[in-house]
Design a protein around this ligand. Structure first.
Ligand code: WQD
Length: 357
């Protein structure tokens, strides 16, 4: 099993996974519509691995384009990242999310079936857990109940579709990976979270505050029943997450297999801010505001199933993620505001920020 098609392979998690898959000896093709990623990711992947994946600019909702790709290329497996993932946007535009994420996946699965591609690794999300009796989430928990956003619903629906396809075809295998909160960037500083859209997530927003694109970080609630009042999540370094995909492929087994990819540890918003300030040597402008609708107080992974069955565990720390984020920030062309000299990022000093002007 050597030739893999990665949908969404120029994206944040996809590009990091492609690097690890190439390093593990797989031959990779990428399919991406570049809606929320950049073609330049291909150059970075090539720089990091010495191999340039074949790239198809295509949209999963374009069934004819998919047909052309599968008719001319045989794949042993598909890793499926492509999908919209902005929670707030999904609330405002649910049909866009059901069309893109669910219909797109159905188109992909139809092509796979027609051309005899019998294995898929699906990029799911801890969002499918919703509110559970305990903060530590296990794969055996009931999912899809009282989800707070269409994005999470699409992930849950796709998981159910995969289970039904496997029930209908014993030769078909689906590994479902439920990500918790991916953070950090490749240590080289070449690959990173560089969304085209306006981010919802904590780390890209910290990055925009640090680079001067945003004036302050809003903390959505400091009155949660947690150790410091702010929300607690399981932040997993994106390179650990990528390596989890390599392990999942190596240990692929028949049927549907579901795994949490998380560290098993929770970190609060205030602790993430402190970690970034520690790594950068500068204070972030922060303002506590009201809770964000739909947010849970605390959720983190029970990663024991992936540890046992995939022989995988997250090794990188929050400090590693902050270090790599700063490397990436310093490697990116600086946004205009920061170029105007509001702040530089003090990578080495431990004193207060130096102003350029
Ligand atoms: C984390 C914490 C916020 C922004 C979502 C998706 C999930 C996955 C990861 C795709 C919370 C707080 C955030 C800000 C803040 N996505 N926060 N100020 O909501 O746990 O999960 O992203 O795979 O599917 O649901 O992540 O980063 O948005 O929030 O205080 O400006 O940071 O309240 O406690 P979340 P997040």
């Amino acid at each position: 099993m050597n030739r893999i098609l990665v949908t969404g392979g120029t994206g944040f998690i996809g590009s990091h996974t492609v690097v690890e898959l190439i390093k593990a000896g797989y031959e990779i093709d990428i399919l991406d519509n570049l809606y929320n990623s950049k073609y330049a990711a291909l150059d970075k992947i090539t720089q990091l691995t010495g191999h340039r994946p074949t790239f198809f600019m295509a949209d999963l909702c374009d069934a004819a384009a998919l047909e052309r790709i599968f008719a001319k290329n045989h794949y042993d497996l598909v890793v499926h990242f492509a999908g919209l993932k902005a929670v707030a946007e999904s609330v405002a535009e649910p049909l866009k999310y059901y069309d893109n994420n669910v219909v797109g996946t159905i188109n992909l699965l139809k092509c796979m079936q027609k051309y005899g591609v019998k294995r898929i690794v699906f990029s799911s999300s801890a969002t499918v857990y919703g509110q559970q009796p305990t903060a530590r989430n296990q794969e055996t928990m009931v999912t899809g109940v009282n989800l707070t956003n269409p994005y999470g619903e699409t992930k849950h629906v796709i998981e159910e579709i995969l289970k039904d396809v496997v029930d209908s075809d014993p030769e078909f295998s689906a590994t479902i990976l439920r990500y918790f909160n991916p953070v950090g960037n490749h240590p080289s500083g070449l690959l990173g979270e560089d969304p085209n859209d306006i981010p919802n997530n904590l780390m890209p927003i910290i990055m925009k505050v640090a680079s001067g694109e945003l004036s302050e970080l809003k903390v959505y609630g400091a009155d949660y029943p947690t150790r410091d009042g702010s929300g607690i999540r399981d932040y997993i370094h994106v390179v650990d997450l990528a390596r989890g995909h390599v392990s999942a492929i190596f240990h692929m087994r028949p049927g549907v297999n579901i795994y949490n990819l998380g560290t098993g540890k929770g970190t609060s918003v205030f602790e993430m801010i402190a970690a970034f300030e520690q790594a950068s040597g500068r204070k972030l402008p922060v303002k506590v505001v009201e809770r964000r609708p739909g947010d849970l107080p605390e959720i983190y992974a029970d990663p024991s199933k992936a540890e046992q069955e995939l022989n995988w565990r997250a090794n990188l720390t929050i400090a590693d993620a902050m270090r790599d984020t700063l490397t990436y920030l310093n490697n990116r062309p600086k946004p205009l505001l920061a170029m105007l000299g509001r702040y530089t990022l003090n990578l080495n000093s431990t004193t207060s920020p130096s102003r350029m002007m």
